[in-house]
Design a protein around this ligand. Structure first.
Ligand SMILES: Cc1ncc(COP(=O)(O)O)c(C=O)c1O
Length: 482
């Protein structure tokens, strides 16, 4: 079934799954050989084919194969790839000037992005924004700002957290291999508290289920006993964990934490790098529980694929560091700011919040039906266009990372890009661009059904599972991306 998105401006790519060679095809194999000789083996890729074009809900490779994209370049191309509003805004900007450095000669687009983020992020209080380049950089700067404001040093993060690959954010990230292993020593004053993980929390010592408020009490006890509120600058949390396994905390967990941080003068940082900008069916995932963080970090979906990130929050906290204490040569680059303005226009014009909610219905429905007939799907969760299936050995909660890797690999062979994630490597995550056509989305899940049917229960894995459960194929195929 061919659908062509009604693109307003840019070139429209046929919205279809089309395989014209084996995967990877000859051009991709050629590039893989060049890559092996030129690119560090420490950089992995999830799919074995090389991109030539992308748009709407498809990725087209250098051999002419067209894949349905359920990854969005890890939750980045929320508005689609080459969204016309982004392409126009960036083209216009780079024709005027590419770079002056906001710290040397400022420009309007930076100010406009800051104004927009101040307006869009949760809370009616006075806010300020500072722009950076990557998600990790935004998280690092949120910690710097919280420390400058509070005069305290400690930072609390959570089990399964992923905050990036710089030195401080490696310390904040939970999973060792491949993100941290061999890269220490890490930054000090980072402490880890237990998360609310409904699928794995079970019951407390008295046999009561660990609901959201109980999980928050458990975390707060660890924080109070092992860190002490008087030492604590910030609690940093992903409102829905990304790399850690698309873990949606039980209702009441986030509000209880927010109440505790407020009562103790601790800065609450919501890391919305993966969840922000309509991805979960709200502009920011915190909104689902009415939580108003002190600082919000954003990146990924903010600028339609150009590198941009931000810290937005209470004016008095954001203004605490000395002038010149925040910044970076490329932070808030003119082209990335123009892209962000275009991407936000695309969210509004495409009614993408509504699209994300519809995607939740479609994908959630398909995954629940799959779970009902296949016991290897232990849990289905997520919000909006951020959905996941956690795979287990049937009848247990024992993670099956090899199956997740096999499903992702087999789906790619059949023309669908699916990513995996999770501390145990056993979660299939679904992050389609919000502009994907519904028939294409349904087709992707038809393929997924076929893949599950084709992979025999308990085996069907193939590949070599690494220590972290990631399956490495030729060319360093590693699903632990971020
Ligand atoms: C929640 C979260 N925080 C931070 C990061 C780091 O972002 P970046 O890769 O742009 O540095 C990621 C990336 O996946 C993320 O999901």
């Amino acid at each position: 079934m061919t659908q062509t998105l009604p693109a307003t401006g840019g070139p429209a790519l046929p919205q279809e799954r089309r395989l014209v060679t084996e995967v990877p095809g000859p051009r991709s194999r050629e590039l893989a050989a060049r890559r092996a000789a030129a690119v560090s083996a420490a950089v992995g890729s999830s799919t074995p084919f090389y991109a030539a074009a992308a748009g709407g809900g498809v990725l087209v490779d250098v051999d002419g194969n067209s894949f349905i994209d359920l990854g969005s370049g890890i939750a980045v191309t929320t508005v689609g790839n080459a969204a016309p509003q982004v392409v126009e805004a960036v083209t216009e900007q780079v024709a005027r000037f590419t770079h002056t450095c906001f710290m040397i000669t400022p420009y309007e687009a930076y100010v406009q992005v800051a104004e927009t983020l101040n307006e869009l992020t949760p809370g009616e209080h006075a806010k300020r924004t500072a722009l950076f380049t990557s998600g990790a950089e935004a998280v690092e700067n949120a910690v710097k700002i919280a420390r400058a404001h509070t005069g305290r040093q400690a930072v609390v993060v959570f089990d399964h957290a992923y905050h990036g690959r710089t030195n401080l954010t490696m310390a904040m990230t939970a999973k060792s291999a491949p993100y941290k292993s061999g890269f220490g020593p890490f930054a000090p004053e980072v402490y880890r508290a237990p998360l609310s993980y409904p699928f794995r929390d079970g019951a407390d010592a008295d046999g009561r289920p660990v609901d959201g408020p109980a999980a928050a009490r458990r975390a707060i006890e660890v924080i109070e006993k092992q860190v002490g509120a008087v030492n604590l600058a910030a609690v940093v949390i992903e409102p829905i964990q990304g790399e850690g396994g698309f873990i949606v905390p039980a209702p009441g967990f986030l509000p209880a934490l927010a109440e505790w941080t407020r009562a103790n003068g601790v800065v609450l940082v919501a890391d919305e790098v993966q969840t922000g900008f309509a991805r979960t069916g709200a502009m920011f995932a915190c909104e689902h529980e009415g939580v108003v963080p002190d600082l919000v970090t954003t990146a990924k979906g903010i600028a339609g694929g150009l590198p941009l990130s931000a810290v937005t929050g209470r004016a008095e906290i954001m203004d605490a560091p000395v002038t010149g204490g925040l910044g970076g040569t490329y932070g808030g680059s003119a082209a990335a700011c123009a892209a962000a303005i275009g991407a936000l226009r695309a969210v509004r014009e495409g009614d993408l919040l509504q699209r994300a909610r519809r995607i939740e219905e479609v994908v959630g429905g398909r995954l629940r039906r799959l779970a009902a007939r296949d016991a290897r799907v232990g849990d289905v969760r997520g919000r909006g266009a951020m959905m996941a299936a956690e795979l287990v050995r049937p009848g247990t909660r024992e993670p099956d990372a090899a199956l997740a890797a096999a499903v992702a690999r087999e789906a790619a062979q059949r023309g669908v890009v699916v990513l995996t994630c999770g501390t145990y490597g056993n979660v299939l995550r679904f992050l389609p661009p919000l502009v994907i056509g519904e028939e294409l989305l349904e087709e992707a899940f038809d393929v997924l059904d076929e893949v599950f049917a084709a992979l025999p229960a308990r085996a069907g894995t193939g590949g070599t599972a690494g220590a972290d459960g990631a399956v490495r194929a030729a060319g360093g195929d590693d699903q632990d991306v971020d």
